[in-house]
Design a protein around this ligand. Structure first.
Ligand SMILES: Nc1nc2c(c(=O)[nH]1)N[C@H]1C(S)=C(S)[C@@H](COP(=O)(O)O)O[C@H]1N2
Ligand SMILES: [Mo]
Length: 369
């Protein structure tokens, strides 16, 4: 793993290790924390459900399992800071980790639908948002407070939103939120609250720092240190994006045929319709082959056979389109924001092209031996 910070622990897999893998092995799944990793005893863990409900509940793990039928689905989690390195290249973003394209991983999650738990608690009609709280106290919040988030009630009631206790068929490990985490496919990873211990039905979004103040898109001139609750655009659904994984930016390759691999991910209720790849910096384009979407809420893997031109460097560019005909924005420059979120500009991989190895047959006629 590429470790950005030891405490709190923040790490992403090397890009080449992700290429061509529909599901991310648990030990290669990116890890994003704002406070200490919680190691909780599944025997004593419990979940409180309250707020705008008719029947507040306290569920043990056994009680949660009994709250609905267990469902399994493949879903991609993507941190809002994924690809921040591309924004930092435009202008520095002090105090935030320079994530490459690996703060995106896919697993098969097993749990009950959040909707089943909310139905058991008798969710009231006036509830507009569902809030979540965890026990990890973050010193990065102001003031320091337990991690939390909320999602609109309409999203919370959708069938893909799970309270999950398994990841790729094994008990959810502590680092990914075990014994139980929320999984909100299609939303930024920040909303998939780990170690969830309290659910509150609310009339308004959660006042938690990570909902009200962080994970918001500030205008370029704003001072993030001075930002307060409600400033900027709250991030929920993720934007259409793609990444080049192999060969990756900075790699050295021989000239000639090469297979490029990457992932593409569409936003809420959208599908990746096409991925274009250019081997000449965006002058000419070809279509990548799509394949290997492990589920409706997961990334789409792509591959393209390209020809690497001889010469010092080659610039590979990729761009994804969704089924509404929308295309990713071209430039990171236009997307720069003070916290470095939501970089979904066209990914570019600058490759060093190794000098051609001439064989006897290749050697131009008449050249000295
Ligand atoms: N309790 C808690 N939940 C959390 C976080 C956290 O710091 N604490 N980080 C969030 C963020 S920003 C992301 S991107 C995902 C990362 O999940 P992972 O570490 O399993 O990859 O968890 C989210 N849930
Ligand atoms: Mo995140």
């Amino acid at each position: 793993m590429v470790v950005h910070e030891q405490d709190p622990f923040n790490a992403e897999p090397p890009l080449a290790a992700m290429a061509g893998e529909p599901l991310t092995p648990v030990d290669a799944f990116y890890s994003r924390n704002h406070g200490p990793i919680q190691v909780l005893d599944p025997q004593t863990w419990c979940l409180r459900v309250g707020g705008l409900v008719d029947r507040p509940l306290t569920l043990t793990l056994a009680g949660l399992r009994a709250a609905g039928r267990a469902r399994t689905l493949a879903a991609t989690l993507q941190c809002a800071g994924n690809r921040r390195a591309g924004l930092i290249a435009v202008r520095d973003i002090p105090g935030e980790d320079p994530w490459r394209d690996g703060a995106t991983s896919t697993a098969r999650w097993t749990g009950v639908r959040l909707a089943d738990v909310l139905a058991a608690a008798g969710l009231r009609g006036e509830a507009r948002h569902i809030g979540f709280e965890a026990p990890d106290v973050s010193q990065l919040a102001s003031p320091p407070q337990p991690y939390g988030a909320s999602i609109p009630a309409g999203k919370a009631l959708r069938p893909e939103v799970l309270l999950a206790w398994e990841m790729n068929g094994a008990p959810l490990p502590a680092v990914h939120g075990g014994p139980v985490r929320l999984v909100v496919p299609g939303y930024i990873g920040a909303r998939s609250v780990k170690w969830v211990r309290r659910i509150t039905a609310l009339a308004a979004p959660s006042p938690n720092y990570f909902q009200a103040t962080a994970y918001r898109l500030l205008p370029p001139h704003a001072d993030p240190a001075a930002a307060g609750p409600g400033d900027g655009i709250s991030l929920g659904p993720i934007a259409l994006n793609c990444a080049i994984l192999s060969p990756a930016d900075g790699d050295s390759v021989p000239p000639g045929p090469a297979v490029m691999r990457g992932y593409a991910l569409a936003g809420e209720d959208r599908e990746v319709a096409r991925v274009d790849v250019s081997a000449d910096g965006g002058r000419s384009w070809q279509q990548a082959d799509l394949g290997g979407q492990p589920g409706r809420y997961a990334w789409q893997l792509w591959r393209a056979a390209v020809s690497i031109p001889a010469g010092g460097t080659a610039e590979i560019v990729a761009r994804a389109w969704d089924d509404t005909g929308a295309l990713q924005p071209e430039s990171a420059r236009s997307l720069w924001n003070p916290k470095g979120y939501a970089n979904n500009s066209w990914p570019r991989a600058r490759l060093r092209v190794q000098p051609r190895q001439f064989s006897r047959i290749d050697r131009p006629e008449g050249s000295p031996g």
